[in-house]
Design a protein around this ligand. Structure first.
Ligand SMILES: [Zn+2]
Length: 278
């Protein structure tokens, strides 16, 4: 399928399977088509409602290839459901094997914080541009007024180099701020210290978390936990203190280099039996 569909922003309508947890923590599996495939993610319209911070697995049903992606924004709703911009956590994946032309330098836009009217220059990746064009704004934190605000395009002069006050990045576009996406990836990588405890078949196993959110967490381990396994989990977990274990399920398991597995855990509300229950 690659090759002829070379240049973004051409729309690529290809089948995709989306696996994740909805706003209420319930697991879902949805088979649909992409609205567009971009270099670093896809846009897709789903029946399910996704939270602003959710992570899902995207699968190319033709090859079985999977990629973990997270919600970066919400496109205007259409009749079929909710349209989302989903960005690959690993920017090097390409589950549909699309041959994109050599990367163009990121587009820079002047954005103004709707709270304190700070103006900064931001370089946006293609998927952020897609969302920005659809919604005419980007939602991100502002380091000046310390709020999560809508940022809109402006012709005013730049007042701040970086709205988020984040660490300097390897941004190829000097003078522009790190893109919200880069910050997101960096924040996620920075969260690699906490541990969680998984209770399963009468055992308690402490695992290293890569990322913890309200809806669940991601961890790596030498042991593979089968997708669909019901567990109880406490995250973050502190030894010798009281930890609250919550019913949860392994929603994905991916082999990673070094003989390890990366697994996603989502909390569940239903009272399902603990154990293997696909
Ligand atoms: Zn502000």
């Amino acid at each position: 399928m690659a090759g002829p569909f070379a240049t973004p922003p051409e729309k690529l309508l290809l089948p995709v399977e989306v696996i994740g947890a909805d706003l209420f923590g319930q697991q879902f599996f949805e088979r649909t088509c992409t609205l567009a495939i971009l270099r670093n993610g896809i846009t897709v319209s789903l029946e399910q409602k996704l939270g602003p911070d959710s992570e899902v697995i995207l699968r190319n049903p033709e090859t079985g290839e999977e990629a973990i992606a997270f919600v970066v924004g919400h496109l205007p709703e259409d009749k079929t459901g909710n349209a989302y911009g989903l960005v690959f956590l690993d920017p090097t994946v390409n589950p549909w094997h699309i041959q994109f032309p050599a990367a163009e330098s990121p587009k820079t836009v002047h954005l103004e914080c709707s709270g304190c009217h700070t103006v900064c220059a931001l370089s946006l990746s293609d998927i952020e541009l897609e969302i920005f064009h659809a919604r005419k704004e980007l939602r991100r934190s502002c380091g000046i007024c310390n709020s999560f605000m809508a940022w809109r395009e402006t012709s005013r002069e730049i007042t701040e180099k970086r709205p988020g006050g984040a660490l300097p990045s390897r941004n190829p576009n000097p003078g522009a701020a790190a893109s919200p996406l880069e910050e997101r990836r960096r924040n996620r990588r920075a969260g690699m210290k906490a541990v969680a405890c998984i209770r399963y078949s009468g055992l308690e196993v402490v695992v290293a978390c890569e990322d913890i959110s309200k809806g669940g967490f991601r961890f790596t381990s030498r042991r593979e936990y089968l997708k669909g396994t019901r567990v109880e989990a406490a995250a973050p977990y502190t030894k010798f203190s009281t930890n609250i274990f919550i019913p949860a399920a392994i929603i994905y398991s991916q082999k990673i280099p070094g003989g390890r597995f990366r697994q996603g855990v989502t909390y569940i509300k239903s009272r399902m039996p603990i154990g293997w229950n696909p």
